[in-house]
Design a protein around this ligand. Structure first.
Ligand code: ARG
Ligand code: ZN
Length: 876
């Protein structure tokens, strides 16, 4: 069944209030839901009330406290329909349902994780708790009563403010919560159990005190202090940057160990995958710290962009997600190095979103149809959605963007709205027609911009020919030209910059060139020497750019651009071109050529003490094998890519040995561990240097030594990966893996790193390792983090291991998907998307991949989640 955007209409009944009472029990939880409703004005008096449900057992149904005659209602697998309701007067429907949280393996609705009751309702989980108008445009005020065993569940939490509680005298107790802010059901949350807490307070801009609580398993409280710090910084930042204040007396975060996604922004009661809360130097890497900071901020920022203003329907998901990702990106940029943060964002966008947009799962940022909404929590909706918001800010400029946001908050507070409502705020404050810009929400596919330039020394003009094309994507063959804001500069020989103000053929504001037509010829005058164009500074537009540029020109950009991101981009372009030609060399049986420009560029950046270490480490980190495959685009042979990349790495290692030795020494930390961005940058640069050194040597001694000397998880896990990936069969590697396992056997989140590092060992032999690891007592096929670490890492992040030429990797994945699907369809569907680029493989592998997908599609009982993904992937 496919849902279409154009079919949207408001509900026939308005929900005024919800009172919920939970009597919690692992096997038989009783839920009583009292809904106060009235018929919407103008709705036919005979229209029935249709509520959503999913796997519910109903044991009671009352209308205004009276039992409802069996002739007046119908129950199907996914609905409860009630007829004969009052024409205009409000009425009350009371529904009793029985749930079994303990056996709820889908982790949607009410479930148990490590003896804690918790909920996940976005997108459509509330209907697994009670029959309900389970859609985001139904906003109501909730009162929640929770009754539970006092001993096993001393803590009873829900949204809003605490009203009170009492002992019930029978070993049970109860608590009542009231959330004054009208909200959709997907923001409902309940947590009950026995947890430890970290507490703090925050005083808002207007002087209101907010109690902050982070709940974690007993004994893990010290590992929540960084999350608490990140939360307070997030609250402050949202006041400073967006004028947004928190609006309840209490803000709670609960960390749970079984969770399908990263975290969830339930009003006043965020629920987190504990991976994104818990950290200390012993067990968390710098990347973990950065993720925690970003996700704590992301969920907190949803309080305004998502909760106070929510989505009219799920097609508008990017309204809250794209915008909130943009906000968390800006937050992290302010907390850390803006340029380095931007490089990391673009790397992530290109490695995750670009392939999605170029493959069978491509869809617009604002889709128009879906079969299973869970499959649209995608990198396109999130990350491309964020880039679209960023472009809006670039086009409007800082002040008008801020004005537009202010208007959005003011006009739509308390509403469920659309992308059109959002855009209208910016059109209004700027007086701009944003209809062409809006195509970014509607047209899927990564635009390709082709550029070429001609310099006329006599006329002192530089003529740019620009052309944009948007590739065809599923369901969209013809595309309109987009409004592409391209930040750029014209660099002159000495590193100076040409003045862009004398221009014809395009609008330029500051350094933003507005590309709006399919083809544009742009002439810059008064250019005194041949310029080197530098495009897409700061990655101002999420596009692919093709321009013939010599290594010398790119090297000039890499040395002289005022925009640090553009410097990295130029180095990356040199590296990517070299890696692509090296791959061709390998496939042709020739020896690999490593360009001087690449070696000099990388080593030069690495050695440049005027640049921050984090940037230098990014400069050193070569494009991944997946990046190279994407650049090649078709007929890919992952083994050839791997070989080529290893050879290039080695050549750089040999030439740069002195530099890398010096950096490994200079960047070694003398001070106590601190997770701040500056210290993390030094660790990153040191580890990048070590990576080269280890690849330039033929024995594992240096990596083993780094492993033994590491005093924090960043260095330890890096050394372990170096050993395992470069010397998989060395005794030193086996030894280190065993040591690591023993030391962290009681910390599942660290063991996930141990699984992931083994799952990503290059080569065909890794599949057997994985099969063995699945029988390991520390593995748990029901825990999403474990499954993602072992099976997900293999399928997403091990190109040579997963894409074995004999197709065994795909057959293994198909088997795992069919095994996971009945328990946890969301998890199965997500992991299956690892095959989204199968068509860009060479024929033999592509054939094996197709067969594995066909095996899945022909299975007898597939979830909607998996069948939606697999069918789209097989569609021509
Ligand atoms: N809204 C959450 C976030 O991005 C993600 C929840 C997704 N849940 C799901 N079942 N698809 O912060
Ligand atoms: Zn979100």
């Amino acid at each position: 069944q496919i849902i279409h955007l154009e079919d949207y209409r408001p509900t026939d009944f308005v929900l005024e209030r919800v009172d919920l009472t939970f009597e919690l029990d692992p096997k038989e939880t009783k839920v009583e839901a009292r809904l106060i409703l009235h018929r919407r004005e103008g709705v036919d008096a005979s229209a029935p009330l249709v509520l959503d449900g999913d796997e519910l057992v109903m044991t009671g149904l009352l209308l205004d406290q009276e039992e409802l005659a069996a002739t007046l209602y119908d129950v199907t697998d996914d609905t409860l329909t009630i007829r004969g309701l009052p024409e205009a007067a409000p009425f009350e429907v009371t529904i009793t349902t029985l749930l079994s949280p303990e056996t709820n393996t889908k982790l949607m609705g009410l479930y148990r994780t490590n003896s804690v009751y918790c909920t996940q309702c976005e997108a459509e989980g509330f209907r697994r708790i009670t029959y309900f108008p389970d859609r985001p445009d139904v906003l109501a005020v909730y009162t929640v009563n929770i009754i539970a065993d006092k001993k096993s569940a001393p803590l009873l939490l829900s949204n809003g403010n605490y009203l009170g509680g009492a002992d019930m005298g029978d070993g049970r107790h109860f608590a009542a919560w009231f959330d004054p802010h009208p909200k959709p059901s997907y923001l409902f949350a309940l947590v009950a159990g026995d947890l430890g807490v970290v507490e703090d307070t925050f005083t808002t801009l207007s002087g209101r005190d907010v109690a902050l609580k982070i709940y974690v398993e007993h004994g893990k409280e010290p590992r929540a202090s960084y999350a608490m710090d990140a939360l307070k910084r997030s609250m402050k930042w949202d006041e400073d940057a967006f004028g947004r204040e928190y609006d309840l007396d209490i803000f709670m975060i609960v960390a749970v160990s079984d969770f399908n996604m990263g975290a969830m922004e339930n009003k006043g009661l965020n629920v987190f995958n504990d991976k994104y809360v818990l950290a200390d130097p012993e067990t968390a890497t710098d990347a973990d710290y950065a993720n925690i900071e970003a996700i704590i901020a992301h969920e907190y920022f949803h309080n305004w962009t998502g909760n106070r203003i929510t989505c009219r329907d799920w097609f508008q998901l990017c309204l809250k997600e794209g915008l909130t990702v943009y906000r968390d990106h800006e937050f992290s940029a302010d907390m850390r190095s803006r340029a380095v943060k931007r490089i990391a964002e673009v790397r992530h966008l290109k490695s995750e979103q670009f392939p999605e947009d170029a493959g069978p799962l491509a869809h617009p940022v604002r889709p128009t149809k879906y079969r299973e909404i869970n499959n649209f929590y995608t990198t396109t909706v999130y990350e491309k959605g964020s880039e679209v918001t960023r472009m809006l800010a670039t086009i409007l400029g800082r002040d008008l963007f801020k004005k537009g946001m202010d208007l959005y908050f003011e006009r739509h507070d308390g509403q469920a709205v659309t992308i059109e409502d959002f855009i209208a705020c910016f059109a209004e404050v700027s007086g701009r027609d944003l209809s062409q810009f809006s195509l970014w929400y509607h047209q899927a596919g990564t635009p390709l911009v082709t550029a070429s330039g001609v310099y006329d020394a006599a006329k002192q003009t530089f003529t740019l020919s620009l052309e944009q094309t948007v590739p065809a994507t599923p369901g969209q063959s013809a595309k309109e030209p987009m409004h592409i804001p391209l930040r750029m500069g014209l660099l002159l020989e000495d590193g100076a910059e040409a003045d862009l103000s004398s221009v014809t053929g395009a609008d330029i504001t500051g350094d933003v060139l507005h590309l709006t037509e399919r083809k544009q010829t742009v002439v810059f005058s008064g250019i005194t020497s041949r310029p080197v164009p530098s495009f897409n500074r700061g990655f101002s537009a999420p596009i692919n750019l093709h321009i013939e540029q010599s290594d010398d020109d790119l090297a000039l950009i890499a040395r002289h651009e005022s925009d640090l991101f553009a410097r990295w981009q130029a180095l990356n372009a040199i590296a990517l071109a070299n890696l692509v030609s090296a791959t061709a060399d390998v496939r042709a049986g020739k020896s690999v050529t490593v360009e001087r420009a690449l070696i000099d560029g990388l080593i030069g950046a690495a050695a440049d003490d005027t640049l921050e270490p984090a940037f230098r480490s990014q400069a050193l980190s070569l494009p991944s094998e997946a990046d190279i495959a994407r650049e090649i685009g078709a007929d890919n042979d992952p083994d050839a890519i791997h070989t080529a990349r290893q050879q290039v790495l080695k050549a750089i290692a040999v030439t740069g040995r002195e530099t890398f030795l010096r950096l490994a020494d200079e960047m070694a930390s003398k001070a106590a561990f601190s997770p701040d961005a500056e210290s993390a940058g030094r660790r990153a640069l040191r580890n990048a240097a070590l990576t080269y050194l280890v690849h330039g040597e033929d024995n594992p001694a240096r990596a083993a030594e780094a492993f033994a000397a590491a005093d924090n998880m960043t260095d330890l896990s890096h050394a372990l990966a170096l050993l395992a990936h470069r010397f998989p069969d060395a005794p030193e590697t086996a030894q280190a893996l065993a040591t690591f396992r023993k030391r962290f056997a009681d910390n599942a989140l660290v063991i996930d790193k141990w699984f992931a590092v083994q799952a990503t060992i290059p080569g065909a032999g890794t599949l057997d390792r994985i099969k063995t690891l699945m029988t390991e007592p520390l593995f748990n096929g029901n825990n999403p983090n474990r499954v993602r670490s072992l099976i997900g890492s293999y399928a997403f992040a091990n190109p040579t291991g997963f894409n074995r030429a004999d197709g065994e990797g795909y057959r293994f994945l198909a088997k795992q998907i069919l095994d996971i699907d009945p328990r946890n369809p969301q998890l199965a569907a997500r992991i299956l998307t690892s095959m989204r680029s199968w068509r860009s493989l060479e024929d033999v592998r592509a054939g094996h991949a197709r067969n594995a997908l066909k095996e899945i599609v022909s299975a007898t009982k597939l979830s909607a989640d998996v069948s939606d993904i697999v069918e789209r992937m097989l569609k021509a």
